[in-house]
Design a protein around this ligand. Sequence first.
Ligand SMILES: Cc1ncc(COP(=O)(O)O)c(C=O)c1O
Length: 267
Amino acid sequence: MTTQETIKLFDKYVIANYGRLPRVIVKAQGSYLFDADGNKILDMFPGWAVSGIGHCHPKVVEALRKQAGELLHIDNTFYSEPQGKLAKLLSERAFGGKCFFCNSGAEANEAALKLARLHTPQEKYKFITAEGSFHGRTFATVTATAQPKYHEGFLPLLPGFVYVPFNDIAALESAFSDEVAAVLVEPIQGEGGINVATEEYLQAIRRLCDENGAVMILDEVQTGIGRTGKWFGYQHFDVVPDIITMAKALGGGVAIGAMMANKEIAA
Ligand SMILES: Cc1ncc(COP(=O)(O)O)c(C=O)c1O
């Protein structure tokens, strides 16, 4: 099909919720994309941090081919060896927690928010998140995403979310109360512009969570899996969160998300 034919197909059958460039990508390899008009494009924007080791890395492709020929799906009433091994690999590279697997970053954040509520007493129902954040597009995670443009058309959002300016310790302190179940922030904000958390800020979150019996959740969906030079973004700072979430480069294009919680919360 030509580029124009594919675009027409989209116009007719695909909901236009995303803005798209007028190019149809037919193949990708390493750092390059190839379009339907025969152009080879240097990809300097690896799919919102999804293609962490480039497109279609031969080892990834080979592993997927092998697995597809053996087992594509089992329901969650069974055990699966690769899932257990992946959880072990992730645990050993982070703080020794236990994993929950899902399909996306938004679901991983949903799971983290729900686990924080389950772990804390019922009167703790509030979540603190930071202005400029991005945590996903499900109802809870779009509510957690403290950017008004993502809220337009969806009001009223879920109750209990409190937004504070990023890296502002005083604002965080005044937003805290014993009703807070969790703080959720990115160690480096991705969509909000590359805003790096200060060590003091992350340590203040740690201290306030400890003092108030709240859970410290770091959204590592963009910063995880080696994207910042360490396995996880938080490892650049002298702080250990209770829960991290990841997705994107974890699958390199295959739909997977994970939440890791420390063993006490995981229980
Ligand atoms: C920091 C962060 N968290 C969560 C998400 C949502 O991930 P997904 O698109 O896999 O649901 C994104 C996506 O861009 C993200 O950048």
